[in-house]
Design a protein around this ligand. Structure first.
Ligand SMILES: [Zn+2]
Length: 185
């Protein structure tokens, strides 16, 4: 089963209580771009109907994590009583695999910074090929920023845009795939 991995603390709570029903991922090859400055568009990793395992910090050596801050707590049957980072009790730790989801919607957006602290996004029409072999565009009603941020597990629109700007630099417009899902378990 394909995996969707998360490491960003801002959305951890929404992931654990399963109110997060979406992720926004780069629609370009970030490694090629970082390494050689080559801009290459990518195909979406998931299509509607795919199943995916939702993981936390897949590469971590730990299999237990602090529910408050996501820090790895090692692999002992019973972890240390307090988190080494945030010092909260570790009694209700969580494990690497958080759940399984079914992808319900895939589309592309573009995010950009207009000026300091002002961001926007547009949703592209979804293209599909009918029996007549003609490419049709399904234009969706405009989507609210609040909806996008909430589904993604952020407390506010501002938090969402700022984090994406920090990671991906939105001073030039960037394309992303939005994957939405339903939790199966
Ligand atoms: Zn912690």
């Amino acid at each position: 089963m394909k995996k969707i991995n998360f490491t960003v603390k801002e959305i951890l709570l929404a992931l654990l209580n399963k109110t997060k029903t979406q992720t926004i991922r780069p629609a370009w090859d970030i490694y090629a771009y970082k390494k050689n400055g080559i801009w290459k568009k990518r195909q979406p990793k998931f299509k509607v109907g795919d199943l995916a395992k939702i993981m936390w910090n897949q590469r971590s050596k730990s299999n237990k994590f602090c529910r408050n801050c996501g820090t790895g707590l090692g692999n002992s049957v019973i972890p240390e009583p307090f988190c080494p980072k945030c010092h909260k009790p570790t009694s209700d730790f969580f494990t690497k695999t958080i759940g399984v989801v079914k992808i319900t919607e895939v589309f592309e957006i573009e995010m950009r910074k207009l000026k300091e602290d002002t961001f926007c996004f547009i949703r592209f029409p979804t293209h599909y090929i009918e029996k007549d072999n003609v490419v049709h565009a399904l234009i969706q009603p405009p989507e609210k920023e609040e909806e996008l941020a909430k589904r993604d597990g952020f407390k506010s629109v501002e938090d969402m845009f700022k984090l994406f700007d920090k990671i991906y630099d939105l001073s030039t417009p960037k394309p992303f795939f939005v994957y939405r899902w339903r939790w199966l378990k």
